[in-house]
Design a protein around this ligand. Structure first.
Ligand code: DQA
Length: 143
């Protein structure tokens, strides 16, 4: 199974962000947890960008590649980006949105989520476990 994993802005700063919200792990550690420790059978492609247009281009390019599923944590773009939403709508493969923190129980502006209804499912609030649950969900879809 080939999964494209996209992270949006400021997620390259994991490890330096508020550990109460985001834990103490780095993005590299998260990649390692997913690809080596939990799902060695999955072929992950990891991408992170602080730029909306770059994220959109990677989503568009994925149409030309053979991904089975997409996992995205759009960071703050979840709450602002109709353009990322429109790009995701192009993809027919299963898509999951993931958040490390519980965006429903933080500031009210984080309750706005332009991404959630173009994804099959949303996982949040469980730090690394949000990702593990999301990938398990994608694996279950394949069965
Ligand atoms: C986040 C939640 C967003 O509201 C925030 O802007 C982030 C991280 C999360 O994973 O909890 O950067 O996507």
């Amino acid at each position: 199974m080939n999964i494209l994993v996209i992270h949006g802005p400021n997620l390259n700063m994991l490890g330096k962000r508020d550990p109460k919200l985001y834990g103490a792990f780095t993005l590299e550690h998260l990649y390692e947890e997913l690809s080596t420790n939990h799902f060695p059978e999955i072929n992950f492609t990891f991408f992170q960008s602080n730029f909306e247009g770059e994220i959109i281009e990677v989503i568009q390019q994925s149409l030309e590649e053979s991904y089975d599923a997409l996992l995205i944590n759009p960071g703050a773009y979840s709450h602002t980006s109709i353009a990322i939403r429109d790009a995701l709508e192009l993809l027919e493969i299963p898509k999951v949105e993931v958040h490390i923190s519980d965006v429903e129980n933080r500031e009210s502006f984080r309750k706005v989520d332009y991404i959630k209804d173009v994804c099959n499912e949303r996982f949040m609030g469980k730090k690394i476990d949000s990702y593990l649950e999301a990938i398990q969900y994608l694996l279950n879809l394949e069965d």
